[in-house]
Design a protein around this ligand. Structure first.
Ligand code: ANZ
Ligand code: ZN
Length: 865
């Protein structure tokens, strides 16, 4: 940094952070005791891939989760807040190929480094539950699940076209193909026919769709993305008979049967059985199919491509106009796996059909006329509503009515049936890679597909593999795949495909409830205790894949008797990205922020040679643009608490956050101020430590009265902000209160007690955001650690003139949660409410209620023995 820029003062409190991190660890501060009786709260962040180092996006994700976990603890919940590693997958294997380090070694080393980073940020994870998905003790349970799925016919093998990544030498899921290219390699994806294992997620399409309605605490955007992905369409399947002497009929699927009188051609997918058959005697067709095969199978890429086709030489007869003949094309925009893999084209009312018809000179017959006064568009298809024309018995009807009528007529004529189709496909779980969980299957030439007997699980990945040949090292291993058939004893062969890593992430959240169970994946009691995850937090990039697979897995595990649960995640927060401006040297190369220095308001130069630097717009931090800031470096320079505060302030969690050095320096100054000057000064003014449950002070001066009011209002506002994820507002309220604390000078003993009371409350309110600093101050105020073990401050609703209050529930002297009641609720009402608390309910099963003490607007204490 140049001297013109006010440089960041160094963080001076690393010793405090280390001190508390050590204490938390030594005293297992975040480990949930085995005999915990509730209430329970499960906070989970998407478990990370151990790529090497935390990036700022991870840090933001875990800070958000940590605030929620610490807040819940202070409310009296037992909080499960675990962390582990999504440790299987390609990058480890690539590291092995490129650098000769074994994937296992690479993975564990990375995870350990990232774990240290997590700890240096003060996250309250329960590391006693750490899991590695690459550990055979983990994946043996999922191999058992695979066998149970196999038994229940939820997983099956089929020959299918797959997306083949020629660089990775592996099959990709549709979701891993982006714009026709491999999501990691960027290579143009080809099609290949391979035997693969598939999960029957499509059997659950309707149920998964229905379930979305109940996910009211998920962002609407994610729910809509899931609906779109499942892609339910209600339509009809129509049979067109062949003009030639061809067996059967051409079946098409349409959602717009009312346009049938506008049909001018039919088209089938390149992989449609008819296309394959006719190509044998049609070289032009054959060539076209070859060309299509090189393209991806992903439905999501087809729309953007130029529409192309070839006439097959075959035709069908229009089902309602016997003298009208429609030519059949093979077209690249028709997908094999949607509907029937065949369509009729009605070019005036479908853009794809329109482009196709124009290109091949096919008739474009409008059959829907826009309502009076509207002009039909020129040069493109009209897809809107209107009145039917040129359509015999439909003429004059609006589109909706015409559709109903057409369906009735076609069904009566016995040429069509109603049909519902989904764009969701079965989930291909086979990967031709080494660093994955082996699929527990053996192939025997006599017995066929033989599941590995349960007693032989886990099927462990061999460690002695070599990566010098392309493709799957398990294939090249000299012995591993050779086994004897468990059923007949003859020579047989292991499945060498491994499971898609989305398999591991589809149930890890359940394993965290019972991570050391070596008999089963998890026991039911612990699942009942913790699941569903109450608060799940992660990036929007997993809105469809991971979240949909996990919802499906819950259903599949229910079918197999593991539990009875459909929805694993109750609340979901999808946080925005962390962005940073990018810098480019004059020769166009990207520069790291550490390679440039600021010379003016928005001008920078390259440190090495002083040349000017082009400043780009703020974008998601990424390696390719060099606009990353290193988490470790920032913790070293600014400290964990200032970094946490920065990641929480200013920007709401769901929005993109702009990294600026100025921003974090502001937070650093705030923390220095708090710890160095202001806190010490204040502490000299406060009253003695008291254990009384004193809350509202009376007979105060006007200034003190206002101060007290602000304190209560702040608690109420913070409660609301935390409940609604407005974590940026939470920080703003804290700052407002800390300013008021600075400005307040007590005039008498009573006001000194008030100041202590507010200062203590402030420290407690701060603790979820800046826990190291809070612990330190808490200790200075004369309290034993840890601050999160003390009950969260509460406010007096009467003071704030509120009608609803939240009170805490104590059972046999321990905080057991909260409940909301009207301010004027009777004692009987409050008791009834408290009895709805799970811990109280449980205690009342074996014990009886001995005593009830209600402190108005604050607590209800129950003694049950
Ligand atoms: C005739 C028609 C006329 C269509 C019209 C649309 C507009 P959604 O609604 O997304 O489900 N289609 C059917 N199967 C297809 C396949 N395998 N590949 C590509 N396209 C296919 O889409 C249903 C519509 O997509 C169907 O309705 C069909 O075209 C086309 F004015 O039939 B329609
Ligand atoms: Zn056999």
């Amino acid at each position: 940094m140049s001297s013109e820029v006010r440089s960041a003062s160094a963080y001076r409190f690393h010793h405090i952070e280390e001190k508390w991190q050590k204490k938390w660890k030594e005293e297992n501060a975040f480990v949930v005791p085995e005999d915990a009786s509730g209430p329970f709260f499960y906070v989970l962040e998407f478990f990370p891939y151990p790529s090497g180092a935390l990036h700022m996006g991870h840090a933001r994700n875990y800070v958000l989760g940590d605030v929620m976990a610490r807040h819940r603890r202070a409310l009296g919940y037992y909080v499960l807040h675990p962390m582990g590693w999504d440790a299987l997958g390609l990058p480890a294997e690539n590291a092995a190929i490129q650098r000769g380090v074994h994937p296992k070694e690479w993975t564990y080393a990375n995870a350990n480094g990232m774990k240290r980073e997590c700890q240096s940020l003060g996250f309250s994870h329960d590391w006693s539950r750490e899991i590695f998905s690459c550990d055979p003790d983990y994946y043996k349970h999922e191999q058992k699940m695979f066998l149970d799925f196999f038994r229940k016919n939820l997983v099956y093998r089929k020959n299918a076209y797959v997306n083949w990544d020629p660089v990775e030498n592996s099959v990709l899921a549709n979701e891993q193909v982006i714009d026709g290219k491999g999501w990691r390699s960027g290579a143009v994806v080809e099609k290949r026919l391979l035997e693969q294992w598939f999960m029957r997620i499509t059997d659950f399409a309707e149920d998964l769709l229905d379930g979305i309605e109940e996910l009211t605490e998920w962002p609407d955007s994610v729910r809509q993305m899931q609906r779109n992905w499942i892609g339910k369409s209600t339509g009809v399947r129509v049979r067109f008979s062949f003009l030639q002497e061809e067996e059967g009929a051409l079946e098409i699927f349409t959602t717009r049967p009312e346009t049938l009188f506008g049909a001018s051609f039919c088209a089938i997918a390149p992989d449609h059985p008819f296309a394959q058959k006719w190509a044998e005697s049609n070289p032009a067709l054959k060539e076209f199919l070859e060309e299509c095969r090189k393209k991806s199978t992903s439905s999501r890429t087809v729309d953007t491509e130029e529409k192309k086709g070839v006439f097959t030489g075959y035709s069908v007869v229009h089902p309602l106009i016997p003298q009208q003949v429609l030519p059949i094309y093979v077209a690249n925009f028709v997908l094999l796996e949607y509907g029937t893999g065949a369509i009729y084209g009605s070019p005036a009312h479908d853009q794809r059909d329109f482009e196709f018809a124009q290109k091949y000179g096919l008739p474009i017959v409008p059959v829907v006329q826009p309502f009076d006064g509207q002009e039909p568009p020129s040069g493109k298809a009209y897809v809107g509503d209107g009145i039917m024309v040129h359509s015999e018995f439909l003429n004059g009807l609006p589109v909706q009515e015409a559709r109903e009528k057409m369906i009735t007529v076609l069904c009566q004529k016995n040429v069509a049936e109603k049909e519902i189709v989904y764009s969701l496909k079965d989930w291909n779980v086979s990967r031709q890679r080494y660093w994955g969980a082996p699929i527990p299957i053996i192939y025997c030439s006599t017995c066929g597909i033989v599941p590995v007997p349960e007693k032989d699980l886990p099927v462990v990945l061999p460690e002695d593999v070599s990566f010098d040949k392309p493709g799957n090292p398990l294939e090249h291993h000299p012995t591993w795949k050779n086994v004897s058939c468990p059923s007949c004893g003859k020579d047989a062969r292991r499945e060498t495909d491994t499971l898609d890593t989305f398999f591991e992430s589809s149930w890890y959240f359940a394993r965290f409830c019972d991570p050391h169970n070596d008999k089963e994946a998890f026991c039911e009691r612990k699942i009942r205790q913790w699941m569903p995850v109450n608060q799940y937090i992660g990036g929007i990039e997993h809105a469809v894949l991971h979240l949909l697979y996990a919802r499906f897995f819950s259903r599949a595990l229910s079918v197999c008797g593991y539990w009875d649960m459909k929805e694993p995640f109750q609340k979901l927060l999808t946080q925005g990205m962390v962005c940073h401006r990018s810098f480019r040297a004059q020769d166009g190369t990207w520069l790291y922020p550490t390679e440039v220095e600021k010379v003016g308001e928005n001008t920078f130069r390259r440190i090495s040679d002083g040349t000017p630097v082009e400043v780009g717009r703020s974008e998601k931090m990424s390696k390719s643009k060099c606009n990353l800031v290193d988490v470790n470096f920032m913790v070293g320079k600014y400290g964990a608490d200032p970094l946490r505060l920065f990641l929480l302030s200013d920007t709401p969690p769901e929005k993109d956050l702009e990294w600026t050095d100025e921003g974090i320096e502001g937070n650093l100054r705030y923390i220095h101020g708090l710890l160095e000057s202001r806190f010490e000064e204040r502490i000299a003014l406060i009253g003695p430590k008291e254990e009384v449950e004193l809350k509202v002070f009376s007979d105060l001066s006007k200034e003190a009265d206002d101060f007290q009011y602000l304190f209560h209002r702040t608690i109420a506002s913070i409660d609301k902000a935390l409940e609604r994820y407005h974590l940026n507002r939470y920080i703003a309220h804290l700052r407002e209160l800390s300013n008021a604390i600075d400005d307040f000078t007590p005039q008498n003993e009573e006001e000194k007690r008030l100041l202590r009371h507010v200062l203590e409350g402030f420290i407690q309110l701060c603790a979820p955001a800046i826990p190291h600093l809070a612990e330190e101050c808490w200790e200075k105020l004369g309290h034993a650690p840890f601050v999160h073990q003390y009950l969260w401050p509460s406010y007096d609703p009467a003071l704030l003139e509120l009608s609803i209050v939240t009170i805490s529930i104590q059972l046999n002297g321990k905080a057991r949660g909260v409940c909301s009641i009207p301010v004027d609720a009777s004692d009987e009402f409050i008791l009834e409410k408290a009895k709805e608390n799970p811990a109280v309910q449980k205690a009342l099963v074996s014990g009886t209620l001995q005593k009830v003490v209600i402190i108005p607007h604050r607590t209800i204490s129950l003694v049950v023995k």
